[in-house]
Design a protein around this ligand. Sequence first.
Ligand code: HEM
Length: 400
Amino acid sequence: MTADELVTPPLLNQDPYSEANLINPYVWQEELRELAPVVRLEQYKAYAIGRYAEIKLVLRDPVTYDNAAGIGLADISKPGSWGRKASVFSEKVGEEHARNRRVLTRIMSPIVIRRWKSDFERQATETLDEIGDKQMVDGVQDIAEAFILKALPGAVGLTMTREQMNVAADLNFNQLGPNNDLLAAALRRAEPHMEWYNKQMTRDALVPGGVGAKIYDAVDQGLIPAEVAPEMIRAFLRAGMDSTISSISGALRYLALDREQWDALRVDPGKARAAFEEATRLESPVSISYRTTSRDADLSGYAVPAGSKVALWFGSANRDPRKWEKPDMFDLDRNTIGHLGFGDGPHVCIGQNIARMEGEVILATMAKRFRKIELNGEPTRKVVNALHALKSLPLRLVPA
Ligand code: HEM
């Protein structure tokens, strides 16, 4: 197609960041998908994609759709954007990005991650022991958060409280959206914790033997510059906790709603991994990421000019009926290969195997311990610019 033949993307008259749309994204995302392969969001001077095929295409063309201007709405290459430090993974490109991934991948080798499995199993058992014989629990706070707070900081060598974990994740995921009230509130909540947050990333604050200490060893070996180390550790806090908590609590909600699938998991706890994966597709905790066009682009016959911010709604792609049969259904037997809950292409999630192992372990431990789980009230959702997650999940647990 010549440039003249390309179609201008239509306007979508929706605010994806309104409270109502963040809480329930399914209706406006259907509109997004059905309107065109790519649309314009006038209010944010950005483009947006909701279909599976086009999002995958963009993720696999990092030259046209670049990460260096930031994976949030703000263009971090320009002065005056609502400042935050660039991620040493998701906002680096080329050799620098490849080097950072290489170093962390080597540290978190499959052997190292397998060794964590026994820790995760112990921590999952402890989490459920702490519930004791309480029958009414909150699936987010008492199970998903309690477990991840034991598992991930320990593996990295960090120590933190639940409030610190929540504040850090809230700030990160709000910073990826517009400069709105949600971001202002997250910045206010984070203020008293900033000293702690920055100190956590230093060599002295880390527990020896964890991934964090090994990242500093990589500095000593000349593999990465010293200033990259704290930012690598920050990536765990930024990307690795609330996302996994969301997938786990999402899985618990779907399983509480569907007795047959809970029973199937009890008969075969080996299905725990499938449950986590299907929940990651349906929840898509990291709901959105941006790229910026480095040149004029032709996206399925639509024109996206150079220098445009392009929003990729992973949650929408993961429910695109062009790709998935009965997309809104939670199905333990679904072939979930290719879902975009962990992204795709060169920036695909580097922590996905840790997340899978955490999810698998806690869900299998639950299945062995409880004959039945059911909802004991209406779940509520967090309102965060770039995170889709439950805030509360009232559950009634019936012991095996
Ligand atoms: C269920 C849990 C998780 C979900 C849903 C998730 C989701 C994602 C997604 C969608 C991306 C791609 C973003 C993009 O392309 O712009 C990503 C990247 C990333 N994730 Fe995860 N993630 C999870 C767990 C973790 C964990 C446990 C870690 C800890 C190490 C982690 C670290 C990262 C990093 C560092 C990147 C950037 C990779 C790069 O740009 O090269 N994530 N994640």
